[in-house]
Design a protein around this ligand. Structure first.
Ligand code: ZN
Length: 329
């Protein structure tokens, strides 16, 4: 995002939206939604059931833990809905994002994630101190032997996701948005909840998801979820959800919400203005410009996607000789 794009984006969102919710993924105390609710008072905001008809034993993370959320807990989500959302939607977003999360070492429930490609020629994992890449490619090894820093290369092998469904991955973002919305918005976003609960069939010819990548050393402290709410009467979506997880950012709007239905019916051809939310790293980020794209996540077929990554090595360090105790006998 260059300076001009940043200013335009900032102006657009400042003029048209208020920040309804902004929760960090890491915080010294847990953020409970709603605050201080006893187990007996809990009412699942998705299925509408209370105890003992349903149970509230498990901790329901409002945003998936694999995106780095350790903090934001939804008290009004029952165990059954929690399990369903994990398999229906979050599993798909997890598969879509695994490569990116491994490359940026996003904190998850089980520590730092590991990605391996199918042929076993590439892996990205934590070695306890940082990211460790294993790249099995003779030609690249030869180039590296004589290379000087800084040295850039693209991954020479096929690096793909596991099969997943994009529309289900998109619904995982919508589920997170519905989880962090305050009670005051639940009536308005009820159609989204109906869709997530499979009580209403909603199809979209296009479901835009905006994604951004910011280069450089970025840690978990920047990770957060933001919900914006429209404050003008313009025919634009009422709610946007932005999820920043380390270097990556996802953004989408909440479709079908009640307060959008009047203008959506009036507009003959609804065309949405898709503007990336201004980067929290500002327009002059020292590690380089953000890159981003718009994608249509309305596809309901299972697919695998190929990843491309450009890696820059800024320093070569001589490693001590490998332990030779095995070969000394
Ligand atoms: Zn429920």
């Amino acid at each position: 995002m260059n300076e001009e794009q940043f200013e335009q984006s900032k102006k657009y969102y400042d003029e048209n939206y208020d920040i309804l919710v902004r929760y960090p993924f890491l915080h010294k105390t847990k953020i409970q939604i709603p605050e201080n609710l006893s187990r007996e008072q809990r009412l699942c905001r998705f299925c509408g059931k209370t105890s003992p008809e349903t149970s509230f034993r498990n901790k329901a993370h409002a945003v998936p833990e694999f995106l780095g959320n350790r903090t934001i807990i939804l008290l009004n989500e029952c165990d059954e809905c929690n399990r369903s959302f994990a398999s229906w939607y979050e599993d798909h977003l997890g598969k879509w994002s695994l490569f990116a999360r491994s490359m940026t070492q996003t904190l998850s429930k089980k520590g730092r994630p590991t990605y391996k490609n199918e042929s076993g020629t590439f892996s990205a994992r934590s070695n306890g101190q940082g990211l460790e890449l294993r790249i099995d490619d003779k030609e690249l090894q030869q180039r590296l032997a004589t290379a000087e820093a800084p040295f850039s290369f693209g991954l020479p092998m096929k690096v793909e996701s596991q099969p997943f469904i994009k529309f289900n991955a998109a619904k995982a973002i919508l589920k997170a948005a519905c989880s962090v919305c305050p009670d005051s918005e639940l009536k308005d976003i009820q159609p989204v909840i109906e869709m997530l609960m499979k009580r209403a069939q909603m199809t979209l010819s296009c479901f835009p998801v905006l994604s951004r990548f910011t280069p450089g050393p970025i840690d978990d402290s920047v990770s957060e979820i933001v919900i914006l709410k429209r404050k003008t009467d313009l025919p634009i979506p009422t709610y946007w959800c932005i999820i920043q997880y380390r270097n990556h950012r996802l953004q989408t709007f909440l479709p079908f919400v009640r307060s959008d239905q009047s203008w959506m019916k009036k507009e003959e051809n609804v065309s949405l203005k898709l503007i990336h939310y201004p980067s929290r790293f500002g327009p002059n980020w020292e590690y380089g410009l953000e890159t981003g794209k718009y994608e249509d996540w309305s596809c309901i077929e299972s697919e695998t996607i190929s990843y491309q990554a450009s890696i820059q090595l800024n320093q070569f360090v001589k490693m001590p000789p490998a332990d030779s105790s095995d070969s000394s006998t």
